[in-house]
Structure formats: C-alpha cells, structure tokens
Design a protein around this ligand. Structure first.
Ligand SMILES: [Zn+2]
Length: 495
C-alpha cells in the first residue's frame, strides 16, 4: 500500500505538495532530477512515518538508509526513484481489523518505509505529456506478509488501514486522488500449503476494483493450474470497465532495479525523543474507540462503527455528549449517535463537506428539545437543515419557522375530531375491524398540523376516539378524559 503523507512540502525539496494545479508549476531542480541538485530530507515526513510505525507496533530503527531504485520511465526524470530498500526505518508491525464475518483479523507487516512518488503522464489523443507536480511527493509504503486469504479480507484490511492512517492525521485517505492506493499480489497455495508463483496488480485505488481484480486474478491462476500450465511472474493492470486484467510486463525482480544506497543522502536518524513523542501523541485508534463507545455509552456495535469511521465524526459525537447536562448524558447517547450517524453524515455527503459547521452544543440543544417533545423529530430535521446552512442557534430557528410541537391534548383532540368527522367511511371501516386505518388518520393529523402534532399523543388520542362507540366522531372532541390517561408523563390540560 502507498499512502501520500500530508506534509506541506515534498520529501526532498521545498516544492509544495498541493495548491496550484497547472502542470509543472510545483517543481524545482531537485524533483526534476537536474544534474547536481541535492536532496534534503523533509523532517515532517519522517515524523509522520515514525507515527505510523509506532501506531502499528513495528520495530523502529534508529538509523535507516535511502536507496536508489533504477528504472527508466518518462515520469521519472532522474532515472531512479528514492526509496528505502535494505534498511527501512521500520520492520514488522501489524494491523487488527474486522473480517466481513465479524471475526477479528490480524495482518502482519513485513516493513514500512518512506519513498518518493513519480510524476504523471497525461495521455491526450496521440500525444503524451508529462506533469512532474507529483514527483517527489512523500509516500509511506506498507508491505504486508502474505496473510490475507480472500479478496473480502483484503478489502476489510485496507478499509481499516485507511481509517487508521486518517486517524493518525498523516493521510487524507483519498482514493479518488490516488493518495491511498495498493498494488495487490496474488498467489495460490498448493495442497501442501506452499505458496505458488505470485503476480502483481498495480495501482488499484478503489475498494470495489480491488475486490473485482483479485477475484479475476484468482480465477485466472486457477484456470492455469487446472490446464497444467505455470503461472508466470507478471505485472498486471486492471481494467474495471472491461472487468479484466491486462498483462503489462514480466515482473521485475529486485536485481532488475540495481538498488544502491543513495550517496547524496546521509542515514536517516530517529532519536529516542522522536520515538517518545510519537508514542505519547498517538490518538485512540478506531477499533479501540468503537469498543469504548459500546462499553461506556451503551451503543450498538453497528452505531459505534459508523461513528468511528472518521475521527472528525467521532470527536463531534463526543463533543455533543459533553454538552449535555450530566444527568441526561447517558440516556441521550443513542439518540445523539443516531443523529450523527444519520443526519450529520448524510449532510456531509450531500454537501461534500469535510467539516461540520453546526457547533456540537447547538445540536445537543436541538436533541434535548426533541427528547422533551417540544418539537417533533420531523420538524427537527428541518431545523437542523437550516442550522447547517445559516449557523443559527436552534431556538431562533424553531421560533422563526414556528415549529413548536403541538402536544397539548385539547388542541390535538380538536384536530383529531375534525379528521374523524371528515372521513366517516374510514371511521366505520376502522370500527368494523380495519385497525390498520390508524395510519391513515395519523397521516391526516400530521398534514393538518403541518407536521407539528406530537405523533405519540396523536396516535393515542385517535385510537381512543375511534374505539369510543358512544360518540359520533368529532362531537364533543376534547371533553373526554380517557384518551389522556393512556399518555403517561405527557403535558396537556386535563379537562
Ligand atoms: Zn521540487
């Protein structure tokens, strides 16, 4: 896996990693490979790498070495890529993740190292043009051991890896921009368990494509075995539209690259203090946080997973909880989880927003209003929508939109009476046994009240009126006391 590190400048020069998007505007003699230009390591990239190595529990080495990996390609003007080879800064490490069947997975790593990205070729009809803005951007490369036993396990692993790198604040995890991508290696074990020849599918940057490509390659290798043919060591490109892989070239062996220690760069040294800082500043990782949400707040595993999908969202949820008064915090946790996992995530998606503009304390207040029954859940969505867009306080929005819930029994009984009177045939049908018609009357009362009728109270009042044989619908509405007695704990004026 390759993850682009979120540094502001490139790995060995001061060119910006983001910003101006015109081709070849973020380049300099170092990242263009001009003769005599000397690389200087960006310490921030090293710090981020150490953070990752620490989080994955790898063995961090006090000294490591950059090497040149030689190959010719027009996106690589130096003729070699600077990477780490014999002496990476981190060996080992592992990631725990959840397999699709809900059991725990554990993927052990071979190594983690730093390297620079290459440029990009733009194919334009018969012309090919080169853009070197990406040359020299820092990448973290993570190599697992061959421990993932199915395409589904591979995807589950990658999803968790991406989530952890984002939690660590060292990757934006964007697969569209290819800042998180993988080269997937596939080999089939024979009956004795010995792994066969492996092949590599390059540059996959969508979970769906990864899953399709792996299934395809596994079938291809199975067919070769069945036909008594050998699997060749090849590198493939995946074509999602055609749902097929294409063999690019025979797979290079390490010897093909003529690795050599880069004489322009000294050893990379990681001091004890840097390791201590990294260890001391690790955030709570998502699986651990999700388990805490279940244990501490009584959330379901599903809700906890949704909330911990992104650190920003999990932080926001906890901020909301902190905004509730002590006495109600725990009882509001599930409602808050559903709001954040539902409305907030939906809005972020709809607006393609990476921030949540509604202060957590405002949303907490809105949720308290819903819990107290002063506005309906339906109306609360309208309020939230406006809070998101205008930044207004929930109380202002509720007042401005006149959304206070109708929860006094007299008003609701009057509304219910009007509705029953207007639909005598349905009333008769209900009394003849079609109890499902209650939904029809509920719908009418919500429309008539413009969504403001308290649904629970309305439903009780409607049932009570409908069950009452002694009265014609609509008559003396509001004069009976029995409906109210079915509504424990609700407000309203007793007749
Ligand atoms: Zn540069």
């Amino acid at each position: 896996m390759h993850a682009q590190l979120l540094t502001r400048s490139k790995l060995f020069c001061v060119c910006a990693t983001a910003g101006e998007d015109l081709p070849n505007t973020r380049t300099c003699p170092v990242c263009l490979g001009h003769p005599g230009a000397l690389p200087v390591l960006n310490p921030e990239a090293a710090r981020m790498a150490v953070r990752a190595g620490t989080a994955f529990g790898g063995a961090l080495h006090h000294t490591s070495r950059f090497a040149r990996k030689h190959y010719f390609y027009p996106d690589l003007p130096k003729g070699y890529q600077i990477t780490q080879y014999e002496r990476p800064f981190c060996t080992g490490g592992a990631l725990r993740f959840r397999l699709p069947d809900g059991t725990d997975g554990h993927a052990a790593f071979e190594r983690i190292h730093l390297e620079e990205d290459a440029g990009k070729l733009l194919h334009d009809g018969s012309r090919v043009r080169a853009d070197y803005n990406r040359s020299g951007i820092p990448l973290l490369e993570i190599v697992t051991q061959p421990v993932l036993a199915s395409p589904e396990a591979a995807v589950a692993f990658l999803q968790e890896l991406r989530r952890v790198l984002m939690y660590l604040g060292i990757s934006d995890g964007s697969m569209e921009r290819a800042s998180f991508r993988c080269d997937a290696n596939v080999s089939l074990r024979d009956n004795s368990g010995t792994p066969g020849q492996r092949t590599e599918i390059k540059n996959l940057n969508s979970f769906r494509h990864i899953e399709h490509a792996l299934h395809w390659e596994i079938s291809r290798q199975r067919e070769l075995h069945a036909a008594g043919m050998d699997v060749q060591p090849v590198t493939l490109l995946w074509d999602e539209a055609g749902k097929a892989g294409r063999i690019m070239r025979g797979k290079e062996s390490a010897a093909d690259y003529h690795y050599l220690d880069d004489p322009d760069l000294p050893e990379m040294s990681i001091h004890d203090e840097e390791m201590e800082i990294a260890a001391g500043s690790l955030p709570e990782l998502p699986l651990i946080r999700a388990a805490r949400f279940v244990a501490a707040f009584g959330l379901t595993k599903y809700d906890a997973d949704v909330l911990t999908g992104a650190r920003l969202v999990a932080d926001y949820f906890e901020e909301i909880l902190a905004s509730f008064p002590d006495g109600i915090r725990l009882s509001m946790a599930t409602a808050a989880a559903h709001w954040v996992g539902g409305e907030v995530l939906a809005m972020m998606k709809e607006q393609a927003s990476e921030v949540i503009p509604v202060p957590a304390s405002h949303l907490a207040l809105l949720l308290e209003h819903v819990a107290a029954g002063s506005i309906s859940r339906t109306a609360s969505k309208q309020v939230f929508d406006r809070m998101w867009r205008s930044g207004e306080h929930p109380d202002h929005v509720i007042a401005a939109l006149d959304l206070r819930q109708i929860s006094d029994a007299d008003s609701l009984r009057t509304l219910a009476g009007q509705i029953l009177k207007a639909h005598p045939a349905q009333v008769q049908a209900y009394r003849d046994g079609k109890k499902g018609l209650l939904g029809f009357f509920m719908q009418k009362i919500l429309v008539l009240s413009q969504g403001k009728a308290d649904p629970l109270m309305s439903s009780s009042i409607l049932s009570a009126l409908l069950e009452s044989e002694r009265q014609e619908p609509g008559e003396s509405a509001g004069r009976r006391s029995d409906p109210e007695e079915e509504i424990p704990g609700r407000g309203g004026v007793r007749p």
